[in-house]
Design a binder for this molecule. Structure first.
Ligand code: HXC
Ligand code: NAP
Length: 254
């Protein structure tokens, strides 16, 4: 018997990378999975991939910036019953110095990451099981650790961390737990393809980490399953670092 037998999970941004791994792990432990991202083609392909392993999956294309579309996706997911697990991981990012990006570029990342996380939470609230539901946002160490060419993403993820804490305060009474996972650099992801650059640069990033390696998508999925499960039943308002020590910095004086 899996930990999520008979549970309903919706994963926003769940059609690739870290979030798809989380969705697949939840499905492998018994959850009925509903995937959401902008591309219908990516939704269909990810749903087929999960089903081909013998697990239960469906999906719906929606842009997390569009509240009505998110609401429609949640309503479609809730046809299976109350939603037990919401993972909100849609994000957009690129490396660009603040002095070079347009106001629209900055707003685009804030809209996808921060407003998108609010939209997924707001739209899911009515459909979530009370008590018992778990909402998990996907943040990043850059929420607290500033990084050059990442003002847009750092600001967006910082907003997500505070949003998670505010929602945890407001929704605790209904028995909804709200947490975030903050992954460090994760191997074989679009995020690191965009941020790391060359193989030599990627190796230098790994060498600078306390654990001396990139994380795996499985590392993040393990943490998500823990938070979503009964084992995480007394955890709310937490930002769980799954980052190999990234958030500790280098430990050197300068
Ligand atoms: C500067 C850029 C840019 C770039 C786009 N823009 N790419 N500016 N450098 N590399 C500008 C555009 O010129 C435009 O501004 C504005 O951003 C919106 O661009 P669009 O292409 O119209 O946006 P859209 O089609 O909505 O695409 C969103 C996107 C795209 C974020 C730009 O890259 C995307 O869809 N990404 C999703 C996948 C992704 O990024 N995955 C990695 C997540 S990793 P103007 O002024 O010209 O209109 C991650 C790691 C976090 O989040 C860890 C660190 C915090
Ligand atoms: P990814 O593969 O690019 O995944 C992003 C997902 O979000 C895709 O399914 C994408 O599908 C969807 N998406 C993007 N914009 C959307 C929108 N406007 N509306 C709905 N869905 C949207 O990225 P990843 O590297 O695995 O990152 C996943 C999460 O982990 C993100 O929240 C990221 O910030 C976080 N993170 C990643 C790392 C890392 O090392 N990779 C580190 C720290 C944090 P569509 O294109 O179909 O929309």
């Amino acid at each position: 018997m899996g930990r999520f037998e008979d549970r309903n999970a919706i994963v926003f941004g769940g059609t690739s990378g870290i979030n798809l791994e989380i969705a697949t792990r939840l499905a492998a432990e018994g959850a009925r999975i509903f995937l959401v991202s902008r591309s219908q083609e990516k939704v269909d392909s990810a749903v087929s991939r999960i089903r081909s392993s013998g697990y239960s999956a469906a999906g719906h294309a929606a842009d997390v910036r569009d509240y009505e579309a998110v609401d429609a996706a949640v309503k479609a997911a809730a046809e299976e019953g109350a939603i037990d697990i919401v993972v909100s991981g849609a994000a957009g990012n690129f490396l660009a110095p603040a002095a070079d990006i347009s106001s629209n570029a900055f707003r685009t990342v804030i809209d996808i990451d921060l407003v998108g996380t609010f939209n997924t939470a707001r739209a899911s609230f009515a459909a979530m099981r009370k008590p018992g539901a778990s909402f998990i946002a996907i943040s990043a160490p850059q929420a607290e650790k500033p990084m050059t060419s990442q003002a847009h993403a750092c600001a967006a993820k910082a907003g997500i961390n505070m949003l998670v804490k505010c929602l945890a305060l407001e929704w605790g009474e209904q028995g909804i737990r709200v947490n975030a996972i903050s992954p460090g650099p994760i191997d074989d992801t679009e995020g690191m393809r965009r941020l790391a650059g060359s193989d030599a640069a990627a190796q230098a990033i790994a060498d600078a980490l306390p654990l001396k390696r990139y994380g795996t998508k499985q590392d993040v999925a393990d943490a998500a399953c823990f938070l979503a499960s009964q084992e995480g039943a007394y955890i709310t308002g937490t930002i769980l670092n799954v980052d190999g020590g990234t958030s500790l910095g280098t430990g050197r004086l300068v």
